[in-house]
Design a protein around this ligand. Structure first.
Ligand SMILES: NC(=O)C1=CN([C@@H]2O[C@H](COP(=O)(O)OP(=O)(O)OC[C@H]3O[C@@H](n4cnc5c(N)ncnc54)[C@H](OP(=O)(O)O)[C@@H]3O)[C@@H](O)[C@H]2O)C=CC1
Ligand SMILES: N[C@@H](CC=O)C(=O)O
Length: 759
């Protein structure tokens, strides 16, 4: 410790010390008769003198003090505080002496010279003017010294020595730091700061870099060893910074307690207090209950989960086993009758600024508890903690479970969603609703960094709040020239997922750049995937960069056709043919179109239902299905087969701009009425059928018999009939909705899960 003080302290700095080693416990044992003499103290200090080399005079002084203590105790002529105060006095003498011997001028100071307790003032426990006067004198008489002040001891209002209870030295330190307006206070301890959980139970807890004052206070009220409740008290009015560091690893950053109130809404740490007993006091009113609580607090005894039941007139709380005797006798002395209801209980609490205002944290907490037999959930009087009581036997298991759940999710891979139309909006809605569950099942948190449409984009490095993307986009950044990619440059080379739910060629042209930037891609946009040469180039860069391209929704929306082909292929099956209906919009249109409503009328409905492409001519021209055929052909190894594709509409009806297309409604309706009449005349049905074999890729608008396997589909269904070596006489059929918001967005989320699972 002397090396740390020497390297870090300057003249005028205050170092507050507690008693060395076990000294306070030995002094107590001497007082209580647990040990017959002070020889253990003498042995200890003789050893210490040999190892740290403080002066012989100090050792002699300690020997005299120990003799004096023994005599006082023998004569029963002492106050406990006076005896205990020796521990800190010796400590400050030794440290100041060792510092001086090392060339760092230091003075041992009795804290009773500067710390005097105030009358019952909760917020300002010490007398400021008393401290100002004493410290002012010290600074002027010893301007070039470091002051080594005894902790744990102060004067009471009658100017008698008094002890400050458990962790009293830390309390003295924060109190003195506050009284002298120190720019910073460092609490040196045997751990490197505050951890996400007790390192004795959790093998690899994370260090908490910073705590807000509210978090520190909540933590201290839950019995944290490093930050005692009283220690935090002076910090409520303190303006400087507070650090918790390890004297074993002084160069590590430790934990900072900051005055800033940053509403991070996340769990920072989980506290664990075991071996608690539940005490209950029956038949008392609320005022009596408060008096009991006050009395217990005055005895510096921590009580937890305090609750007064107004209907049953009873007070319940938990205390440490070692405090049971003192608490029950105190209550009995107040003419009430306590009973100890439960023993060996543990209090586990989540702590984080405003976590109680985040229903997802509460839901996750409750969900984790459901697999444990817990005693009671407790909502403390602040919004920064959430507690549960469980028996000691199962407590460590619950702590491990909670710790994994709240801290061991792998860091999120940030996601960017390009396209905020039918599918993009639904994807974000599903992520927003399911992020919690997804995070749990993937053990990764999901975070969307940016969302764009063709005009605007919004971004937030810490993740966007997903419940108001419409509002954010309306005031978002200009994206008319794909400006989002300038913002995204900072992520080049970092893992990121691009979700392309546009139908844009300019975006698909960027896929190679995405791959070069080491970004994963999830596409519902079929343009890049259907261009075999370009797709190969993209795949090759992705492979070099160990990144993934998921594109299941580019054929069959959410149906598992691509995965099934891949699995069969990998398992050794030989696929000979895949045929079926691959257009959701045309499947729906040809099922619904019976002449009662005009075709263009139905086309508008299909568009409203998000079955069509943004430009429905892409569906009618066959382009959309052709893309799907080419995507599947690559997976089947049929990509070089000759193509024979027919549109589902005559070419002249497609000519011109989209508005001109809609102006030709009459001609379009006449065209389809003609086809319907032909189908009826043949007692058949109109279907747009794709067939893939190694010899040919074809797409045709056909009249099929009503008994044909592709005849009786639900409107909008896709059907994929797979004939292979294993599925020869009885083909494999994959059938279901082939277009629509939910199924497609669901498919995109499936891709996301697969990607995050590394499939
Ligand atoms: N609908 C379905 O059932 C299925 C659709 N898909 C595919 O999903 C994709 C999206 O379809 P859908 O949501 O219906 O189409 P929408 O037209 O509803 O949405 C497309 C979105 O992309 C945006 N956009 C266009 N260009 C850009 C750009 N350069 N940068 C950022 N955003 C851009 C549009 O912006 P703005 O709003 O400003 O126009 C719009 O928000 C299509 O590729 C489609 O083939 C795949 C399977 C099924
Ligand atoms: N427009 C497409 C939507 C899905 O890819 C279709 O009709 O199938």
């Amino acid at each position: 410790m002397s090396e740390i003080v020497k390297s870090q302290a300057s003249p005028g700095d205050v170092v507050v010390v507690s008693a060395n080693g076990n000294v306070t416990n030995w002094l107590l044992a001497l007082i209580e008769g647990g040990i017959p003499s002070g020889s253990i103290l003498l042995e200890y200090f003789t050893g210490l003198q040999a190892s740290v080399g403080f002066s012989q005079e100090i050792l002699k002084q300690i020997q005299l003090d120990v003799k004096a203590i023994e005599t006082l105790i023998e004569q029963s002529h002492y106050s406990q505080s006076d005896v205990l105060a020796y521990g800190e006095a010796w400590s400050s003498l030794i440290l100041s002496n060792v510092l001086s011997l090392k060339g760092c001028k230091a003075q041992a100071i009795d804290s009773c010279r500067c710390l005097k307790l105030n009358t019952d003032t909760y917020q300002y426990p010490f007398d400021q003017s008393f401290a100002d006067k004493a410290l002012g004198q010290l600074y002027s008489s010893e301007p070039d010294s470091v002051f080594v002040v005894t902790g744990y001891i102060a004067l009471d209002q009658e100017l008698n020595k008094t002890t400050l209870g458990r962790n009293g030295s830390d309390f003295s330190a924060t109190a003195l730091g506050n009284l002298i307006n120190a720019p910073s206070i460092t609490i040196w301890t045997d751990v490197s700061g505050i951890y996400t959980a007790d390192p004795k139970i959790i093998s690899k807890p994370l260090l908490v870099e910073s705590l807000t004052l509210c978090e520190a206070q909540a933590l201290s009220e839950l019995g944290a060893n490093v930050l005692h409740e009283k220690t935090v008290l002076p910090l409520l009015s303190y303006k400087g910074s507070v650090h918790i560091k390890s004297f074993d690893k002084p160069n590590e950053p430790g934990t900072v307690v900051s005055q800033e109130i940053t509403p991070t809404n996340r769990v920072k740490t989980i506290t664990f207090k075991s071996k608690l007993n539940k005490v209950c006091v029956h038949s008392i009113d609320e005022l009596q209950a408060r008096r009991i609580q006050k009395k217990i607090a005055e005895k510096s005894i921590a009580s937890y989960v305090n609750g007064y039941d107004i209907t049953q007139h009873k007070l319940t709380f938990y205390i440490e086993k070692s405090d049971v005797f003192s608490v029950t006798s105190t209550i009995k002395a107040m003419q009430h009758y306590p009973s100890v209801l439960l023993s060996n209980m543990t209090l586990i609490s989540l702590v984080g600024q405003n976590i109680r205002q985040d229903k997802r944290i509460i839901e996750r907490f409750i969900r984790r508890l459901s697999s444990f037999d817990t005693q009671e959930i407790h909502y403390p009087n602040n919004s920064h903690s959430l507690s549960v009581v469980i028996d000691d036997e199962h407590a460590e298991g619950l702590l491990r479970d909670l710790h994994t759940s709240f801290f061991y999710q792998e860091p999120t891979v940030p996601i960017v969603v390009l396209g905020y139309g039918n599918i993009g909006k639904k994807v974000i809605e599903l992520v927003d609703k399911g992020a919690e569950r997804l995070g749990q099942s993937l053990n990764r948190s999901i975070q969307i960094l940016a969302v764009a449409n063709s005009k605007r984009f919004v971004c937030e490095s810490n993740g966007l709040a997903l419940d108001n993307i419409d509002g954010l986009l309306s005031n978002g950044n200009d994206n008319t020239d794909d400006q989002i990619f300038s913002w995204l440059e900072r992520y080049a080379g970092r893992e990121l997922i691009i979700v392309d739910v546009t139908a844009s060629k300019s975006i698909s042209d960027r896929y190679k750049g995405f791959a070069e930037n080491k970004w994963h891609i999830i596409s519902a946009n079929k343009i890049a995937a259907s261009d075999k040469d370009y797709a190969r180039q993209v795949e090759s860069v992705l492979e070099d960069n160990r990144r993934i391209w998921k594109k299941n929704t580019t054929a069959g929306a959410g149906l598992p056709i691509q995965a099934s082909i891949k699995n069969l292929h990998e398992a050794g099956d030989q696929i000979e043919e895949v045929s079926g209906i691959f257009s959701g919009s045309l499947s729906w249109l040809f099922s619904e179109f019976d002449g009662t409503k005009s075709f263009t009328n139905l086309l508008e409905v299909a568009q409203d239902n998000a079955y069509t492409e943004p430009d429905p001519r892409e569906d009618l021209s066959g382009n959309d299905v052709i893309r799907k055929i080419r995507i599947l052909a690559q997976q089947l190894g049929f990509e070089d087969a000759p193509e024979d594709f027919e549109a589902a509409i005559s070419d002249e009806l497609l000519e011109g701009e989209l508005v001109e297309f809609w102006q030709k409604s009459e001609a379009i309706n006449t065209y389809y009425q003609g086809l319907l009449d032909q189908a009826k005349a043949k007692d058949g049905l109109l279907r747009y059928i794709a067939t893939l074999t190694p010899q040919k890729l074809s797409l045709k608008l056909e009249f099929i018999d009503k008994s044909h396997p592709f005849a009786s589909l639900n409107p909008c269904d896709n059907v994929f009939q797979v004939i292979s070596a294993w599925y020869k006489d009885n083909p494999l059929i994959i059938q279901g909705p082939g277009a629509g918001r939910e199924v497609t967005a669901g498919g995109v989320l499936n891709d996301l899960c697969d990607l995050l699972r590394g499939h």
